[in-house]
Structure formats: structure tokens, C-alpha cells
Design a protein around this ligand. Structure first.
Ligand SMILES: [Fe+2]
Ligand SMILES: [Fe+2]
Length: 468
């Protein structure tokens, strides 16, 4: 169940990234009736957005409420510590300086850092509440308060007499305030409050976003006026195993596309071994059966991926490169966790995102079709990695967990650095690979929504279990 929810959350993050980048880049070739064509009605004002977080800006809300500092925090119960009451959620946005007007700044800072809640604003996915919630932390003078219910929000905002207040109410009711041009959210004043255009992801395969026209009353009530399909992103995409033998350099006798897909087929085939090794090592360490079954299924998926990408390689004159994996002894939990963090939580998660981008932008129809098929599996594989990471975290010592987190951070930095080299024009056009600026935006989106670790995410566990 957790894996299903996490898969949906990943898909939602991917959808928002694709939507935002497509709008900035102007490169969307979606055939959706509204994507890339729809514009915000002229009587609506666009929602002010923060480009760093790709969220609606908190500063206008801070100003209108007179707060010194305001912050949004988010819990994703499927991926984060189970005892939500003990630790603060992850900060997803903030405005201005903590404790700017406090007389006892140290006490104020401690209060903000430890502000938490075991409940919050429910978020939705596919019109179903997902196991995640958000809450607001507000600081004014020495006061620090948590706002985690709609009643508390009404008390904080008072009458909804400013568009920024209406926006926060809509967000707290589980809608997204989209920041990109093709799906922009907007607000206008009406007779008894405000009308807001917001979005929500309502289908994940293919990914579909619905646009909602909402009325927000002065009493913070929210009613839906109408809805319409906003965009359809299409597709829903390796994991390198320990022991993967480096591929021999091949003569560049084939075109860049043939070479690209030949390497892709090799890595897809290597992913088969990666998931079989993961399954075997998790079995040795007593992991839950659902993780073992998911790893076995992922290995079967990767067999199909290897065949499909090998077909693409041959189509473009390439020859699939043989995969050689030298089996190694079973590793301890920390080694498995480090590999899972790098290969699964960072690389394969980003690979899923790139695959979806390719499915959307590749001019070659067979590439687009293949990537669409692969991407849906890769999102599930990425979700598995995060589930495996959660189980491993619960079974690692605090020190080992911290080392895994450091490895993950280093992998993110290495990835961001690697993305500064652009694919060839042919790969960008025919295979849909993202150019540098797009790839960086996609990765930064994952950084904001997934990779950025919460502080103290490592907690005492049962320490490393069986030694291999
Ligand atoms: Fe794959
Ligand atoms: Fe995969």
C-alpha cells in the first residue's frame, strides 16, 4: 500500500516538473487540447510563484497576515519516519527571517525548529487522500504557532479579504496552485469572496491534470464551480548492479542514436541483475515479503526493457552491448542502503523522470512509444527504491544511516554536475533527451520534492542486523 501511494506521489512530482519545464521552455509538443494553448482568463491575476520552490509565494501571505515568518512543512508518511508526532516535517517553502521580531531569539528559533504536528492539511492524489499532510508554522514576535486544521487556518486568516488568503485556503484544501504558464493558477475577486483556478493530478498513467474553478467565500468555505482536463502528459523510465563489468569501447560505426540505445539496452539488462541481487540480499536480511516480490517483479520488467531498447538500437543501426555482471557475496545492510540510495533513490528516480520527458518530446514515434511503456515501470521501480530505503533506515544504526544520507547527497551533487554536458542535437530531437537547462530543472525539481533530506531523518534503529 505504501508503495502504491509513493508511486503516485512520485508520479505527481514528475507531472509537476514536466509541466513547469515545458512552460518555461516552450518546447511542449503535447497534442492535448489545452496543454500549451490554454491561457489564464484575462480577468484572473496569476498566482505569484517562487521560482526556487516552484510553489506559490508565501511572501504576499506573510505581508497580508502581518507575520514575521511563515513556513510550509510537509509529511509524506509513506517515506518518512512513522512517528510523525516527534519530528518536524520537511520545509517546502518559507518567507522572510525566522524570529526577526523576537525578544528571545534563541528560544524562538528552538520553537520553530521543533514545531510539529501529528496531523495536518490532507493532500489529494487522484481525488483520494494520500498518506501525507502539510501544516503551516507562523512566527510573530516571540510567538510560534502551528496551523494544521482548516479551523485553525480560519482563525489565523480571519475574513478572507485578500487574494493571498484565498490562495492559502485553496492549498490547504488539497489543490495545487500551478506556477507554469500552460497550467497557471489564477485568482479574481467575486461578489462574496474570490474565485481561484487551481489544479490537481487526477490520473497517473497516463498522467493527467485537472483544472478546477473554485469559489472561496469570506468564511474560507471552498466550493467547486466546474472542472476540465488541463493536460495529459502521456507516459509513465537503470539501476547498475554491483559487479557490472565496464562496457568495452565500441568503434563509432553506428550513428549516435544506435549507440545511445545500445548502451541503454546494456544498462536495462544490467538492471535485471541489479533487482535480482537486491531481492537475494533483502531475503538474506529478512526484509518484508512485499519488497522481495516487488524486486522480483522489477527484474522481470527489466527483461522487457532490455528487449525493447535493443530493438531501438538495431533500428538505428546499433548492436546491443553484452552485459556482464560478476556476482559478489551478500553485503551488509549499510552497503545495500548506499547502493539503493545512489542507484534507486537518485539515479533510477531521475531516470523515470527523464523517461517521461522522452515519451513526451521524442520526435521519433517508436522512441516515444517505447519510452512511454518503460517510464510507467520505472516510476514503480523508483517507488520500490524509496520503500527499500525506508525499511533499511529502520534497521540501520544512526551512524550508518547518516553515512547513507551523505552518499545520497553526494550522488545528487554528482548527478547535477553530470547533467551539465548536453546530449547531441539528434538525441535531443529524435530520442527526446532533455537539453542541459531542461535536465537541470528536472533534477532540481526532484531535489526540492524528494532528495532534500530532512534533518534528523536518521533515528536509533535496531542496528545492523545479520552480518553476511
Ligand atoms: Fe528499465
Ligand atoms: Fe527500472
Amino acid at each position: 500500500m505504501d508503495a502504491v501511494h509513493l508511486q503516485r506521489l512520485l508520479a505527481r512530482a514528475i507531472a509537476l516538473s514536466i509541466s513547469a519545464v515545458a512552460a518555461c521552455d516552450g518546447s511542449s509538443n503535447s497534442t492535448s487540447p489545452s496543454s500549451g494553448v490554454w491561457t489564464l482568463p484575462s480577468d484572473y491575476q496569476p498566482v505569484t510563484c517562487d521560482t526556487a520552490t516552484a510553489l506559490f509565494s508565501l511572501e504576499p501571505i506573510r505581508k497580508v497576515t502581518g507575520a514575521d515568518y511563515i513556513e510550509l512543512r510537509h509529511w509524506m508518511l509513506a517515506t518518512e519516519a512513522r512517528d510523525a508526532s516527534l519530528e518536524p516535517g520537511r520545509t517546502i517553502a518559507s518567507s522572510r527571517t525566522k524570529c526577526a521580531g523576537a525578544t528571545d531569539r534563541d528560544a524562538c528559533l528552538r520553537a520553530i525548529d521543533t514545531a510539529t504536528s501529528d496531523h495536518g492539511f490532507v493532500q489529494f492524489y487522484l481525488d483520494v487522500a494520500c498518506p501525507c499532510y502539510s501544516y503551516v508554522v507562523v512566527n510573530q514576535g516571540d510567538s510560534v504557532r502551528v496551523i494544521a486544521t482548516l479551523d485553525e487556518l480560519r482563525g489565523f486568516l480571519g475574513a478572507i479579504d485578500a487574494p493571498e488568503k484565498a490562495q492559502l485556503v485553496v492549498w490547504a484544501n488539497g489543490y495545487d496552485l500551478a506556477c507554469n504558464a500552460s497550467n497557471a493558477s489564477g485568482v479574481k475577486q467575486s461578489d462574496d469572496g474570490y474565485e481561484i483556478i487551481a489544479t490537481r493530478m487526477t490520473q497517473d498513467c497516463p498522467i493527467q491534470t485537472t483544472r478546477y474553478y473554485l469559489r472561496v467565500g469570506r468564511d474560507a468555505s471552498v466550493s467547486e464551480l466546474r472542472r476540465e482536463i488541463a493536460s495529459d502528459h502521456g507516459g509513465c523510465i537503470g539501476r547498475r548492479p554491483l559487479g557490472l563489468v565496464a562496457a568495452r569501447q565500441r568503434k563509432r560505426s553506428v550513428g549516435v542514436l544506435g549507440e545511445h540505445f545500445a548502451h541503454s539496452a546494456r544498462l536495462e539488462a544490467a538492471s535485471v541483475d541489479a533487482f535480482l541481487i537486491l531481492r537475494d540480499e533483502l531475503t538474506f536480511h529478512g526484509a518484508p515479503k512485499k519488497l522481495l516480490a516487488a524486486a522480483a517483479r522489477a527484474a522481470r520488467d527489466e527483461i522487457g526493457h532490455a528487449r525493447m531498447t535493443a530493438r531501438l538500437a538495431r533500428r538505428f543501426g546499433g548492436r546491443p552491448i553484452p552485459t556482464v555482471v560478476a556476482r559478489k557475496p551478500v553485503r551488509d545492510l549499510e552497503e545495500i542502503a548506499v547502493e539503493n540510495a545512489i542507484e534507486g533513490c537518485v539515479r533510477e528516480t531521475f531516470g523515470a523522470l527523464v523517461g517521461m520527458w522522452q515519451a513526451k518530446t521524442a520526435k521519433d514515434p517508436l522512441v516515444a512509444k517505447t519510452m512511454k511503456a518503460l517510464a510507467s515501470d520505472e516510476v514503480r521501480h523508483a517507488a520500490l527504491s524509496w520503500d527499500v530505503a525506508q525499511w533499511l533506515r529502520e534497521n540501520l544504526s544512526v551512524e550508518a544511516c547518516s553515512r547513507v544520507e551523505s552518499a545520497k547527497r553526494a550522488a545528487v551533487v554528482a548527478l547535477l554536475d553530470a547533467l551539465r554536458t548536453s546530449p547531441s542535437k539528434e538525441l535531443i530531437e529524435q530520442a527526446g533527451l532533455p537539453p542541459v537547462h531542461v535536465a537541470l530543472k528536472l533534477a532540481q525539481s526532484l531535489e526540492h520534492q524528494l532528495w532534500r533530506s530532512r534533518r534528523r531523518s536518521c533515528r536509533p534503529g535496531t542496528s545492523d542486523s545479520r552480518s553476511p
